[in-house]
Design a protein around this ligand. Structure first.
Ligand code: TF8
Length: 337
């Protein structure tokens, strides 16, 4: 009896393997132009490289990823348009830069939505994250996975920001996104939307006084060369999202799509670990590079938090009350509440 069961199990397993192999041949030679905005030597660059390797491995070398960093293919917004038009196959960029295309993406720009990265993982990889991602399909994009950009912190060249009023009149570059513009206007700064690809020069030429990004990016983009003060604000968690041109995706076989999806999941898991390890020691690195770093007092952090709640109603109206409530519920659940 036992032996017979084993035989059945084995033959089922063999059939599956054989079926899998025969099936796996539906892969054609493909060239994938994969664009991103940061330097090759950044968390974004490292994870893109891993994605490329995984795709090549899983496709037996048939699918080749040409990774093109430093916004050489354009800013996030320009690349999104290239994907929609079918002139470029893939990219990774900020969800915040997608809000003009898919308004629901603005949910991730809610200040202080997540308290920590684990909450972000649960919500982004759960049903709410999927639902928001699926909204891209009507607009000509397919979202595969969310990567971590990270908790954003403030840098500037004017003064150490120790209290809310210190932001008054600071010309602060923000992403091209209404929630970010509103948030920083609310805090008293002069918010200037600019593509990331123009940011270093804007800081260097003093077109703007400051910017906000995760530690990793402040390091990899060498903002410490042109910024003196860093204030730990953690005002919002930014995801990145890996997207594919839907025009191109729809031409792929199921096997080719699976190769991309599996590699995307591997890249996500790698990227989050890598980003967190780098972020853990980044403050010390930035101090070493000469940045002056300060923490907001708990009272000041609270004042900032309180002020920013006034942008929430606008976000809820934009993304829809249902999505707003679902997201709040998902966060509460992730928090164990
Ligand atoms: C920003 C974002 C950047 C992304 C990147 C270029 O400040 O944080 O990390 O847009 O894809 O623009």
């Amino acid at each position: 009896m036992k032996l017979k069961q084993l035989a059945i199990t084995l033959s089922v397993a063999l059939a599956t393997v054989a079926g899998g192999l025969a099936h796996a041949q539906d892969i054609k030679p493909r060239l994938i132009r994969f664009g991103y905005g940061l330097n090759e030597d950044s968390n974004q660059g490292r994870a893109t490289k891993l994605f490329a390797q995984e795709v090549e491995k899983a496709s037996g070398g048939k699918m080749k990823v040409r990774a093109i960093g430093a916004a050489a293919l354009g800013s996030d917004v320009q690349m999104q348009q290239a994907l929609i038009g079918g002139a470029q196959e893939m990219m990774v960029g900020s969800t915040a830069t997608l809000v003009g295309i898919t308004k629901e993406m603005a949910i991730w720009d809610t200040p202080f939505l997540f308290n920590n990265a684990q909450e972000a993982d649960v919500v982004l990889d759960g049903p709410v994250g999927q639902k928001v991602m699926d909204k891209l399909q009507d607009k000509g994009l397919v979202g595969l996975v969310y990567w971590e950009n990270g908790f954003r912190n403030l840098t500037n060249n004017k003064r150490a920001v120790a209290k809310l009023e210190d932001l008054d009149g600071i010309k602060l570059r923000v992403m091209q996104n209404n929630v970010f513009i509103d948030s920083f206007k609310t805090l008293g700064a002069n918010a200037v939307p600019l593509p990331f690809s123009e940011l270093f020069t804007a800081l260097e030429t003093k077109t703007v006084d400051g910017q906000e990004n995760p530690y990793n990016t402040i390091l990899s983009s060498k903002f410490y060369e042109v910024q003196k003060y860093l204030t730990v604000t953690n005002h919002v968690y930014s995801p990145w999202i890996v997207t594919v041109s839907k025009k191109w995706w729809d031409q792929l076989s199921k096997d080719e799509q699976k190769v991309l999806m599996d590699a995307a999941v591997k890249s996500r898991d790698f990227e989050r670990k890598d980003t967190r390890a780098e972020a853990d020691k980044a403050l010390a690195d930035l101090k070493g590079k000469g940045m002056q770093i300060n923490q907001l007092s708990p009272a000041e952090a609270n004042r900032m938090r309180e002020k920013l709640t006034s942008v929430n109603a606008g976000i809820a109206a934009n993304v829809g009350e249902d999505l707003w409530k679902e997201t709040q519920a998902a966060v509460a659940k992730a928090r164990g509440g």
